[in-house]
Design a protein. Structure first.
Length: 603
């Protein structure tokens, strides 16, 4: 099953009502309680005003028209107009206030989630696709926002509306009221039976839609690979499958809905017909007045509005429960790597690094990926990490940056355990350059200043010059102010790399971590990159996940990592003399290079 298909049924659309979540959601209303109290009061007054309208109409008919009392018609007509005006004003006010509060709550919730997400450790992001996390910040916050602002008010408003109507109907004529509700049990049965089916179909329609989006996203992102492998036909079939399921789910939902709602209306109408029939007879008998029966029918009409509004709020409530569960799960996830209570600032370091018996596993109950790793690097030394894929090189670097905590043992910088210092003071003195040079949307200058906002203009230009970025900038029409798209798509791979070098150089770290790029660039760019690299590395302790033999040979210390262990360590000469894994690795690489050279000289 493809990732997209998995996504379709993974996250629940609705969850049963949960008081704990509800209370927690209501907490977000607390800062706006005065405004919300005002809204509730206004809404209730509006409700009473609206409920008085049919009675006033009844009086206009019975007293004004039937008895020919023109003064009563004027007074009651003016009252009706006044009520409408006040209702409009109140509606305007409460809609404004609700929207204001709703937006504030959404703002608060999104801000809180965003801040929290940034503080979470890598482990949190390891198991969650970015798309899902994003949907929590957008869709799920919206669902909660809609409930705690519009939904709750609708609930208060429509429940009182409904209660008011029922009380008035029974107060007016309880027998007629009973008669009009005669079909209600049947209605309840139909709605209770069919509503879950309709909701289920809508939910399937939404999840298939998100699968369509996921599939589109994957296709656009991977278009090069798709076309290179000529996968268009297979992908078309896959998309066709999801698309068909979406169409079917939508058609089923819409068919059910178009059957049920007219049915509900018709059953509702049966009650009203009975009332009109009996009522008309009773008017003729002189038992009730014309105005009375008209008001009664008017209230009966109004009965269905709140009922359908409440059923919508109910769905909203259940989907907000599902969203709340997901959002609170994120908010309740504590950052795993955080400052300990006794954490102090890491003073300016020299850059001496030691791993002492470090073992580590990414997940509880899973085997260790690092076993008893120990080494010592003197300040200013250049270390090359080599070894097969999956050996644990990046993991060593992750522990050094304290992206994860060592399960056992200690990582020390200048003799200080990294667990005893604040994350900010530690990471400020370290720099990292990954293979995938991540560029943020913004100007070249903003990207360079990412790790050092305070750098002077001169420092900025010097850094750019040192890593040969100045030549790249000179070619751009807006120089340092050239706007880059997200991920720097306007720049070439080599240019992006130089920009990340400039960024790190400007932040001037004592310890530098570098994942040497494997992607090939042209010889001239390669030379620029190598020169820039030398500037970048000068005078710093450097850990290089190295792929080029030249980089490895130049290193002061080579750590050969295999199966999470340091299998060999020492200088190039030492390890070659030793004749172990490293020597084999070098010989294999050399023979591969030779064959490449031989092949190219033959062609
Ligand atoms: N975030 C993670 N969660 C769980 N396991 C992981 C995670 N990252 C890496 N691993 C596992 O840990 C082991 C070491 O991975 P690591 O990335 O350190 O290897 P590496 O030597 O850097 O490999 P490469 O040269 O391919 O980048 C691998 O078995 C890998 O599957």
């Amino acid at each position: 099953m493809s990732q997209v298909e998995w996504d379709m049924d993974e996250e629940a659309d609705e969850k049963p009502f949960n008081m704990k979540h509800m209370r927690r959601m209501l907490q977000y209303l607390v800062p706006y309680r005065r405004l919300m109290t005002g809204v509730v009061v206004i809404v209730l007054i509006n409700m009473l005003l609206s409920l008085s309208e049919p009675i006033i109409l009844a009086y206009i008919i019975d007293i004004g028209i039937s008895e020919g009392n023109i003064a009563a018609i004027h007074i009651l007509g003016a009252a009706l107009l006044g009520i409408k005006l006040v209702s409009w004003l109140f509606s305007f006010m409460h809609t404004r206030w609700i929207n204001f509060t709703g937006q504030r709550i959404l703002f608060d919730l999104r801000q809180q989630l965003f801040n929290h997400l940034q503080s979470l450790s890598f482990r949190f992001f390891d198991g969650r696709p970015a798309g899902k996390i994003m949907s929590r910040i957008t869709n799920d916050t919206n669902a909660i926002g809609e409930l705690i602002n519009g939904g709750l008010i609708t609930m208060v408003m429509e429940t009182t509306h409904l209660l008011g109507i029922v009380i008035i109907l029974f107060w007016m004529d309880w027998q007629l009221a009973l008669l009009s509700f005669i079909m209600l049990p049947l209605l309840y049965v139909i709605v209770a039976k069919l509503r879950p089916k309709i909701e289920g179909s809508w939910s399937r329609s939404r999840s298939t839609m998100s699968a369509i989006n996921g599939n589109l996203n994957e296709t656009i992102q991977g278009i090069r690979v798709i076309q290179a492998f000529s996968r268009q036909r297979v992908n078309n079939e896959k998309f066709n499958g999801i698309n068909t399921r979406n169409k079917q789910a939508f058609m089923r939902a819409i068919t059910l809905e178009s059957t049920v709602y007219p049915l509900v209306e018709m059953i509702g109408m049966i009650g009203t017909c009975i009332v009109v029939w009996f009522g008309a007879v009773r008017v003729l008998e002189g038992a009730i007045t014309l105005g009375f029966i008209m008001a009664f029918i008017n209230y009966l009409w109004r009965f269905w509005g709140p009922l359908s509004a409440l059923s919508k709020v109910y769905s909203q409530l259940l989907s907000a429960m599902a969203s709340a569960e997901r959002i609170f799960e994120v908010l309740d996830t504590a950052p795993e790597v955080k400052n300990s209570s006794r954490a102090r600032e890491l003073p300016s370091i020299r850059g001496d690094v030691s791993f002492e018996g470090v073992s580590f596993r990414y997940e509880e109950n899973k085997p260790n990926v690092l076993h008893d790793v120990s080494f010592h690097v003197k300040a200013g030394q250049r270390v090359a990490l080599v070894g097969p894929t999956g050996a644990g090189k990046s993991t060593i670097v992750n522990l050094l940056m304290r992206f994860y905590e060592a399960t056992e043992g200690a990582v020390r910088i200048d003799g200080i355990d990294v667990k005893d210092v604040t994350l900010e003071s530690l990471r400020k003195q370290m720099g990292i350059v990954l293979q995938d040079s991540f560029i943020f949307a913004g100007t070249i200058e903003q990207n360079m200043r990412y790790g050092n906002e305070e750098a002077t203009e001169e420092q900025l230009r010097n850094a750019a010059e040192s890593v040969r970025l100045d030549r790249v900038v000179a070619q751009l029409s807006h120089g340092y102010q050239t706007e880059l798209e997200e991920r720097g798509s306007k720049l070439s791979v080599g240019q992006r790399q130089l920009l990340t070098f400039g960024r790190v150089l400007l932040s001037d770290p004592r310890i530098l971590i570098l994942d040497e790029a494997t992607s090939s660039v042209d010889t001239e760019t390669e030379q620029h990159i190598q020169e820039a690299l030398q500037t970048l590395l000068a005078g710093r302790t450097a850990f290089i996940i190295a792929h080029r033999l030249s980089t490895i040979k130049d290193a002061d210390l080579i750590l050969v990592v295999e199966d999470g262990r340091i299998a060999e360590q020492g200088s190039h000469e030492m390890l070659m003399k030793h004749g172990g894994i490293y020597a084999n690795l070098v010989l294999t690489q050399l023979s591969m290079q030779e064959s490449v050279i031989l092949q190219s000289s033959h062609s």
